[in-house]
Ligand binder design. Structure first.
Ligand code: SF4
Length: 288
């Protein structure tokens, strides 16, 4: 279907039709990320996008969800995004939701009016990689924003009416910033109060800056037990209204699901049971 590989989408978009309107990520600097290392950020022309939408619609015309790929489609000029949304809505008659990844800078760079326009044109949901709430960790991994900017980005998305899904990476502070990463991440997510919150677990990808840092002994990974302790700290310190929480990504050492804060005690009990049994998903199965 004429995709430029590799192609990524959030796990919750597994059944969505994927429309690839950009290639790569405009930031492409995060030390842990290998997703788009082989791609130079490129925005497809209107003609290419229309042809691509037509070709995907032929195969998945009954799709109720569309995910716009690649990395951070929200970086596109608002007029072009409005054109794309109109095209998508006209070609998928059963459409219920359009979503994409959003970088924090993309949200900050758009005015509130632009975000409202995009929401009104049918962009329903944004996925924001928060990664950490700790400024030192965000700087170390070269996320490109600090924690205040991340909160501003998340709150702006919510204020414009988007469904907001946020991700934090457990273990991203390494042994040195284990505690601060957990506490500050819980704090930042509480301030954003997203509709969805997922915790992934750090994996060392081939060819990344992180892999080099690990090899040189500059970054020390957490053990599975420490990842569990970090999760206890995160969940304990969250203060949310009705956020759907998931830690069910292929990278996780254990799986959790609930609604926060109402399931806080249940989740902490589950973590306690896992701690007692000392049963974690094998390193060999992570990522699969
Ligand atoms: S983590 Fe996201 S923002 Fe960072 S380089 Fe990867 S795709 Fe880009």
């Amino acid at each position: 279907m004429n995709y430029h590989m590799p192609l990524y989408r959030p796990p919750s978009e597994a059944k969505s039709a994927i429309i690839q309107v950009t290639l790569g990520c405009s930031h492409n600097k995060c030390s842990f990320c290998s997703m788009y290392k082989e791609k130079t950020f490129t925005v497809k022309s209107k003609e290419e996008i229309v042809n691509h939408i037509d070709s995907i619609a032929q195969h998945q015309k009954n799709a109720s969800r569309v995910f716009l790929a690649d990395g951070n489609v929200l970086a596109l000029a608002t007029n072009k995004l409005l054109f794309i949304l109109q095209q998508v809505r006209s070609k998928f008659p059963s459409l219920e939701r359009i979503s994409c990844y959003a970088g924090p800078k993309d949200l900050i760079n758009k005015t509130c009016e632009e975000l409202l326009q995009l929401k009104a044109a049918g962009l329903d949901m944004l996925y924001l990689g928060v990664e950490s709430g700790n400024d030192a960790v965000l700087a170390q991994v070269e996320k490109g924003v600090n924690s205040s900017e991340m909160v501003k980005a998340g709150q702006k998305a919510k204020e414009a009416g988007f469904l907001l899904s946020t991700m934090v990476i457990s273990g991203l502070g390494g042994q040195n910033r284990f505690y601060q990463h957990a506490i500050d991440s819980a704090n930042i997510i509480s301030q954003i109060d997203p509709h969805y919150f997922s915790v992934l677990t750090l994996m060392v990808e081939e060819g990344t800056t992180l892999q080099k840092q690990v090899k040189e002994g500059k970054f020390k990974l957490l053990t599975p037990s420490q990842v569990l302790e970090e999760m206890v700290l995160i969940i304990t310190n969250l203060n949310l209204n009705k956020t759907i929480f998931r830690a069910n990504h292929a990278s996780n050492y254990f799986f959790l699901a609930g609604v926060l804060d109402e399931d806080k005690d249940k989740l902490l009990n589950q973590l306690n049971q896992i701690k007692k049994s000392n049963e974690f998903r094998s390193e060999n199965w992570r990522g699969l």
